[in-house]
Design a protein around this ligand. Sequence first.
Ligand code: ATP
Ligand code: MG
Length: 575
Amino acid sequence: MSEQKTPAPAANFIRNIIDEDIRSAKWGGRVETRFPPEPNGYLHYGHAKSIFLNFGLARDYGGVCHLRFDDTNPEKEEQEYVDSIIESVKWLGFDWGKHLYYASDYFDTMYACAEYLIQSGNAYVDSLSAEEMRAWRGTLSEPGKNSPYRSRSVEENLDLFRRMKAGEFPDGTHVLRAKIDMASPNINMRDPAIYRIKHASHHNTGDTWCIYPMYTYAHPIEDAIENITHSICTLEFEDQRPFYDWLLDKLADGGFFKRPLPQQIEFARLNLTYVVLSKRKLIQLVEEKHVDGWDDPRLPTLMGARRRGFTAEGFKRFTDQIGVSKSDGWIDMSVLEACMRDDLNEHALRRIAVLDPVKLIIDNYPDGRSEDCFAPNHPQQPDLGKRAVPFSRELWIEREDFEENPLKGYFRLFPPRLDASGIMQPGNKVRLRYGYVVECTGCDKDAAGNITAVHCTYLPDTKSGTPGADSVKVKGNIHWVSARHAIDAEVRLYDRLFAVPNPGQERDYIADLNPASRTVIHAQLEPALKDARPEERFQFERHGYFVADLKDTKPGAPVFNRTVTLKDSWAKVEK
Ligand code: ATP
Ligand code: MG
């Protein structure tokens, strides 16, 4: 990422908190954040917001950001997810140095903390069934009731908890609960469960444990063990903050951690239109094969984004632009697409591709002859030079650049025709971009009336870049590739995954999938694209930004994915 171009980060409420902490020397100037994914799925666009926030703060304040796998739940976690998360965070440009952690490495400390809570009268073993426990918890308007087991002695609690750990009881028979206040207006403070029995193997600790800490209990301890200063999470944890503080306060009293204790700060998660950002839904889309795996370019995973041709710099622009706030809202997909477009506009070389080819035959150009035309690699960056594009008698042009019966205002190719006074007018003239001006003379059709070739003659003195080039004025300017030199390639035109802004609002979200989210075509490309390397990105003039597919591009045989069109093609639809 280019450092010098990055403007000073915009102020936000989190930066204000950190600035104040630095001023008051609360942490001695230290800033330590963490990105704590649970390895139970692939990272998605929403995680990019959290990654740029946490790693970005660490970078801007000269601190560190930990990558921590929050792997306290034994059931849904897999190495495949760990690997893909590491890859995606690196792809976004971040480095955690030596700070790679697994929450499951802290199980011993978490267990010791739990025994301390029992001994200090702050936790008890409850033996109500899950159903009873729910019923006794009360509601938003009614206080909960104390469990009959709440008054167990410290000795009894300790004995039961140790036997839970030793595997004496089946799942669900007992839980360890914090002893706080069953009448608290905050339901999360009504003696939350902190350990449960689960006879399950864990990907890291194997069969060592048959009791596992609850997320809300484990997370503050993880932060405290790692000396996190600012523990940034999404808004749904706001109601958990009192428990976060209660727990760390008790454990600091017990000498487990030193004050000041990590501070939990909540921000609004990213909600984006035209996609779903829930791991559960993403898993369903993959498992039911609505998409081709986790890195399908249509899927809002970071692996998918990469294959789509989205860039890390584009995500940075996006997260800078949307900012960080405390109130939930929706961001339109067009904002993300515009950020990608802006980044690609700056960095992608220009190339020519004909996506819906029809032959253009220049009848007065000698068969067998060819010559070079010169096209700029980047019109705004002349130092990137020009490349030779071969020109010959037969070219491929876009089918839509010829109209047999044009409407008023059509400036591209059309054949000679009678005007209102019955006089034959010549066919229209256009410039073949970087080449000659040609005049349309007619077309060939098959028996069904489909156009099979367009005919024209060229004006030899009009070659772009030569002194007479502008002697003939034309309104149309079309792109082309020489048929003899072109390469035929598979191109996938990707579009939004869902057809509506809020999938699932009116019906099952699966029914809202966009049936046209992928169209596979065969295009004719200029020869310079033959050696495109996987992940090389280009602007195909007049069409959009494309990337050579990461997996399917082979030496000399690229396959391209459309990243975004040149303009927001959905803008009209939404109005
Ligand atoms: P789960 O439902 O499995 O908890 P999750 O999306 O919260 O899913 P985590 O692995 O817990 O997944 O997320 C890691 C971090 O990314 C968390 O700190 C979480 O707050 C943050 N995060 C997740 N989704 C978003 C989002 N849409 N916008 C911003 N941050 C997010
Ligand atoms: Mg989560």
